[in-house]
Design a protein around this ligand. Structure first.
Ligand SMILES: [Zn+2]
Ligand SMILES: [Zn+2]
Length: 253
């Protein structure tokens, strides 16, 4: 068995869901392959941590797999930052519970923000994970009481365009992310409820205080934090933020 195949079967292997022959084959590979062994051990470690803190029994299996995938994808594993992993996991859990309760399948977070700003802003997002224009408008208004204006008098004459939007976990909190362009340059606006701001990871809360109402630079990216009504948002771009400052407005004009 090669590494790629071994890793493909990692989840069911760790969950003891595989037939005996396959389990044996993977076990053999792990005895011989140090990198895979480390990878599997790390995964098992995260599993144990999650299991300790979240009751797996109360969770549908599909959600558990989704959760583990999200935690992996957030790349937090690499540094073994366990509290961050748990915060992320707890956030996903909370969000999962909320979205299952609301019965709204579309409100599934599609990404976890990991604090890498340049990556975040320049990341290309597959269009199939984007909400439609109508969904964005509705989410902004219903969930956050906002609307997004591209009128030139609201964007200080910068040409601004909404490219798409999606649900994300910002740190550990559910958020609506707008992907926009200002003067053709990528920018991201991450909106969440002010009442959740206190639950954000400490690093993001520190940045929030520093960037409130004024630009700060992280990782080559300009960041500014603002609030409108019940909503709070982080605006981030390698471009100037002037065009986007007043584009977000109270929903009921
Ligand atoms: Zn291997
Ligand atoms: Zn601009």
């Amino acid at each position: 068995m090669d590494c790629q195949t071994a890793r493909k079967w990692m989840s069911p292997y760790l969950d003891s869901e595989l037939e005996t022959a396959k389990t044996f084959e993977i076990g053999e590979h792990l005895r011989a392959c140090e990198p895979c062994r480390r990878r599997f051990d790390a995964e098992r470690h995260v599993d144990d941590m999650l299991r300790d803190r979240l009751s797996r029994e109360s969770m549908p299996p599909a959600l558990w797999h989704q959760l583990r995938k999200e935690v992996n994808r957030s790349e937090l594993l690499s540094g073994f930052r366990i509290p961050a992993v748990i915060a992320t996991a707890a956030g996903i859990m909370l969000f999962a519970v909320l979205y299952m309760a609301s019965g709204d399948r579309s409100a599934k977070p599609s990404e976890v923000f990991t604090g890498q700003w340049a990556h975040y802003v320049n990341q290309s997002v597959p269009s199939e994970s984007m909400l439609s224009d109508a969904e964005i408008e509705k989410a902004l208004l219903d969930d956050y009481g906002l609307r997004f204006s591209t009128a030139r008098e609201d964007t200080h004459r910068h040409p601004v365009k909404v490219m798409g939007g999606r649900y994300v976990l910002f740190g550990s909190q559910p958020a609506l992310e707008l992907r926009v362009k200002c003067c053709g340059k990528d920018a991201v606006i991450t909106t969440f409820l002010r009442s959740n701001a206190g639950k954000l990871p400490r690093g993001i809360q520190e940045l929030e205080r520093e960037a409130f109402g004024k630009d700060v630079k992280r990782d080559g990216v300009n960041i500014r934090v603002n609030t409108v009504g019940e909503a709070e948002f982080f605006i981030a771009s390698e471009h100037y933020l002037d065009g986007l400052m007043d584009a977000i407005q109270p929903g009921k004009a």
